[in-house]
Design a protein around this ligand. Structure first.
Ligand SMILES: [Zn+2]
Length: 334
């Protein structure tokens, strides 16, 4: 089979298996290789030179790196567009639980006070809810902390997504293909909220059990529980591309990376060398300040954080997504 050609000028396109959009080297027009681009959104990015400027500014402000500016060499940054679904989830859990409530009371034995520990087992039932917007990276392989940090920064700053066709026309980056369907993104989003919902069940059951016993300061532990889940709301946004710049710098013979959000140039994750002054600091301090907190290194130590979903507080974020027309259906809530 022939390699794909530009639909505008007919020149051969350089296409990787991952490509969603291939920008023609000859005429500069974007060619869409997968799906319907009219359905897809993307956040516009700053230019490569603006990103370099942001990275240098960041380095000059960095407490550890600013002393070493002359020893740092930056390479030109690479732009990746990461595909996300933003999933609006609302879950209810109806539960029954058996809770052991333990407290101490003072009893008088022949006029002498004595502390006695009392344990009561009570059965409680209740309902808790959890609503959130979850960013789900539409890729099978995780991108580590950088994708999570990028999505969080998107929620914090709410840049406006535009149609992919407009953004791709002026952007040199690689648009990574979405590898999971919206349905799968929804399932991932629900799954990512279950631990938090269960934590709420435990809290609620403990509170009800303390109340039933009448000792609000008692220790309560859930012995067993049954939970029925109900998905009250589950909507995925259109596929939305967020621009992530990866900028490598060389220091003292090793490479480190900055990960920058394309729309404002904020460094969302910075890998840094572990300098001598950190080794003298406490372990925790060194982890926070040194390279361990960076991209991939950190993920190796905290495999459970190496997830492709980020859950964030909904409120403002969701109203933004809804107002921006990101979601096909609108809902009206009391
Ligand atoms: Zn062309």
């Amino acid at each position: 089979m022939d390699s794909p050609r530009c639909s505008y000028c007919g020149a051969p396109l350089e296409v990787t298996p991952d490509s969603v959009v291939a920008v023609c080297r000859y005429c500069g027009r974007p060619n869409f290789l997968l799906g319907n681009p009219a359905e897809v959104l993307a956040v516009p990015t700053l230019s490569s030179s603006e990103i370099v400027k942001k990275a240098v500014e960041r380095t000059k402000k960095d407490l550890n790196l600013r002393w070493r500016m002359s020893a740092i060499n930056f390479t030109s940054p690479d732009l990746y567009y990461l595909p996300f679904y933003f999933v609006d989830v609302s879950l209810n859990a109806d539960y029954r639980a058996t809770v052991a409530v333990t407290y101490t009371k003072t009893v008088y034995v022949r006029g002498q006070p004595r502390t006695e520990t009392v344990t009561k087992v009570v059965k409680v039932a209740g309902r808790v809810s959890l609503s959130d917007v979850v960013a789900v990276l539409a890729r099978r392989a995780p991108w580590g902390l950088s994708a999570d940090a990028l999505a969080k920064h998107f929620f914090d700053t709410a840049p406006e997504p535009k149609p992919l066709t407009d953004v791709a026309a002026q952007s040199p980056g690689t648009f990574l293909a979405a590898e999971i369907t919206p349905e799968r993104a929804k399932a991932k989003a629900v799954r990512s909220l279950i631990p938090r919902l269960l934590a709420r069940v435990e809290e609620d059951a403990a509170a009800r059990a303390r109340e039933a016993v009448g000792v609000l300061t008692a220790a309560a532990s859930v012995l067993d529980k049954t939970v029925d889940y109900e998905v009250a709301r589950l909507e995925a946004s259109r596929l939305t591309y967020l621009p992530l710049w990866v900028m490598t710098y060389l220091y003292n013979g090793s490479h480190y990376r900055y990960y920058l959000a394309g729309w404002d140039g904020k460094v969302v994750v910075a890998e840094e060398p572990a300098f001598a002054e950190h080794r003298a600091a406490s372990l925790l301090g060194a982890m926070a300040a040194g390279g361990v907190l960076g991209g991939l290194g950190y993920a190796l130590y905290h495999a459970d954080l190496f997830a492709s979903t980020v859950a964030l507080t909904a409120g403002a974020v969701f109203s933004y997504l809804a107002a921006g027309g990101l979601l096909r259906s609108r809902r009206v809530e009391k």
